[in-house]
Design a protein around this ligand. Structure first.
Ligand code: ADP
Ligand code: ADP
Length: 228
């Protein structure tokens, strides 16, 4: 089934003489269980696209549908992982409390929240650090915590905005492999944005290539992965 539908999306910042078109007539769909990568040069409108999908901004034209419903405001069953992990975790909360934080708004017992958080930390290869604080962890480990926090919510769609751009190369390889494992095991639907062509081909079931600003699709490539 179709998880995400982007129809004729346009976004323009400002008006009149100073108007800037960031996204131009963009249409694509992402099927349930797919890991789709969007790749394009810096400044081409990738973050704007993600902001429109996540309901943080209202596009000036076109529409976004999440399992058939028009996105209007921030959808409950969508989670976002950003590049800047250092600003995304609460320093005064332990790792487990950070991962549990967004679950507070779900109808769930304390025990269930704790169980979900510990499970998500295991998925990202971080059992045993649940009582530590973010500042006690390396950058790569902090980004794992951010990913665990998103996964613990079991979102219908996981959006990732350059999630590995701020970690060292070895950590990036580790996290890329981990993401694929999580996706295969949980059947997660993921839309990941990157400026790194290699990363998009390595990770994606599918790669959407964007043109220079304003963003519009110039290629939509299926990627055949070798069997495990
Ligand atoms: P990317 O994520 O691909 O680097 P962005 O979506 O951040 O691209 O930006 C696309 C274009 O829109 C850029 O030219 C950028 O300068 C412009 N832009 C982004 N955010 C704003 C904003 N809040 N106001 C005006 N222009 C913006
Ligand atoms: P192995 O140890 O089996 O060679 P690695 O874990 O090192 O496997 O990575 C798998 C392959 O994917 C390697 O050859 C690696 O260089 C390649 N690769 C190329 N580009 C990327 C990328 N952007 N991210 C991750 N892996 C990449």
């Amino acid at each position: 089934s179709t998880m995400l539908e982007v129809n004729g999306l346009n976004h323009r910042y400002g008006g009149g003489e100073g108007a800037h078109v960031a996204v131009n007539d963009l249409s694509f769909t992402v099927e349930t269980g797919q890991l789709a990568c969007i790749v394009g040069p810096s400044g081409c409108g990738k973050s704007t696209l993600l902001r429109c999908i996540s309901g943080l901004i209202t596009p000036t034209g076109g529409e976004v549908k999440l399992h058939g419903d028009k996105v209007d405001g921030v959808p409950e069953d969508l989670a976002v992982v950003f590049q800047d992990y250092s600003r995304s975790l609460f320093p005064w909360l332990s790792v487990r409390q950070n991962v549990e934080f967004p679950l507070r708004w779900k109808k769930m017992s304390r025990a269930e929240r704790k169980e979900r958080a510990l499970e998500a930390l295991e998925w990202v290869g971080l059992p045993g650090v649940s009582n530590k604080y973010p500042w006690q962890l390396s950058g790569g480990m902090q980004q794992r915590v951010s990913i665990a926090r998103a996964l613990a919510r079991r979102p219908a769609l996981l959006l990732m905005d350059e999630p590995f751009a701020s970690v060292d190369a070895q950590t990036r390889f580790d996290l890329e492999d981990l993401l694929r494992q999580v996706q295969l095991r949980n059947g997660s639907t993921i839309l990941l944005v990157t400026h790194d062509i290699d990363e998009s081909v390595y990770l994606g079931d599918r790669v959407l290539v964007l043109s220079k600003s304003p963003a519009s699709i110039v290629a939509d490539l299926p990627v055949d992965l070798p069997p495990e």
